[in-house]
Design a protein around this ligand. Structure first.
Ligand SMILES: C[S@@+](CC[C@H](N)C(=O)[O-])C[C@H]1O[C@@H](n2cnc3c(N)ncnc32)[C@H](O)[C@@H]1O
Length: 246
């Protein structure tokens, strides 16, 4: 009950057609019932003016903002662990950062890395519009895999990776070094890694291969508690388990 062929932001004028966000690409290929259910999940996560504005800026700049449900999941996870210190790779125009900041503690800091300084300036304006003081966000310009090794070991509560899926396995190593015990790593675009009935000669592109491999690595690591969420583009989350250090 509740999921329907809707007419909201993700809504469809006709059954089976879902539109507008990055989640759409994933949702559109599924059967009608599942597509409507996932559209309902997206619509449930409401965005206010600052988020709508950040998303629209991202859409115009083609920075692929996270879906509303994906953002809501980030906020939920950050709030659940009382996050004070979060690292994000892939600032974009600030949509995911606003969601994260809204889940983090009031005295917390978001460190966000991107190779595009223009995007980061748009993100900075989006954070300001959402009411966050400038000292709540540390924006670092650079490639994630160049920046993360310079950050302090075991000093972060949550690491969110939303860039360079081909390198997700390497980002996992970096994230596990950065996370405190009980911290959470989250990868976006995890459904890219879904096994499909590819032909015998098909070779997955590097992004798909990276997403697939990080899923395998996370599930195989007994020091992690994994969760794959089929919302938006798919979120793969894992808690750095306490038992691994006892
Ligand atoms: C999917 S978008 C991020 C969207 C953002 N998280 C949001 O919700 O608005 C990916 C971002 O990663 C950046 N990017 C791509 N490769 C990168 C890399 N190797 N290191 C850091 N950022 C990268 C792009 O410039 C782009 O802004």
């Amino acid at each position: 009950m509740g999921a329907r062929a809707a007419s909201g932001p993700l809504g469809a004028a006709r059954p089976g057609h879902v539109s507008h966000t990055r989640g759409e690409a994933v949702i559109a290929g599924r059967d009608d019932t599942l597509a409507h259910t996932l559209a309902h999940v997206e619509q449930y996560a409401q965005e206010d003016d600052p988020l709508t504005s950040a998303r629209e800026t991202g859409r115009r700049a083609e920075s692929s903002p996270i879906s509303a449900a994906g953002g809501a999941a980030l906020r939920f996870l950050a709030a659940a662990i009382g996050a004070r210190s979060v690292v994000e790779v892939g600032t974009g125009c600030g949509t995911s950062g606003i969601w994260l900041l809204r889940g983090m503690r009031p005295d917390s800091v978001l460190t966000s890395v991107d190779i595009e300084p223009e995007y980061q300036e748009l993100a900075r304006a989006a954070y300001r519009r959402a009411g966050f003081a400038a000292n709540r966000v540390r924006l670092i310009h650079g490639r994630g895999l160049d920046v993360l090794p310079r950050l302090t070991d075991c000093a972060y509560d949550l690491v969110f990776v939303d860039a360079e899926p081909a390198a997700y396995p390497t980002y996992l190593d970096e994230a596990l070094r950065l996370l405190r015990v009980g911290g959470i790593v989250v990868f976006n675009n995890a459904l890219e890694g879904a096994e499909r009935a590819d032909g015998p000669l098909s070779v997955p592109d590097p992004g798909t291969a990276g997403a697939r491999e990080v899923g395998r690595l996370v599930r195989a690591d007994s020091a992690l508690i994994p969760l794959l969420l089929p919302i938006g583009e798919g979120l793969l989350a894992a808690i750095r388990d306490h038992s691994a250090d006892s």
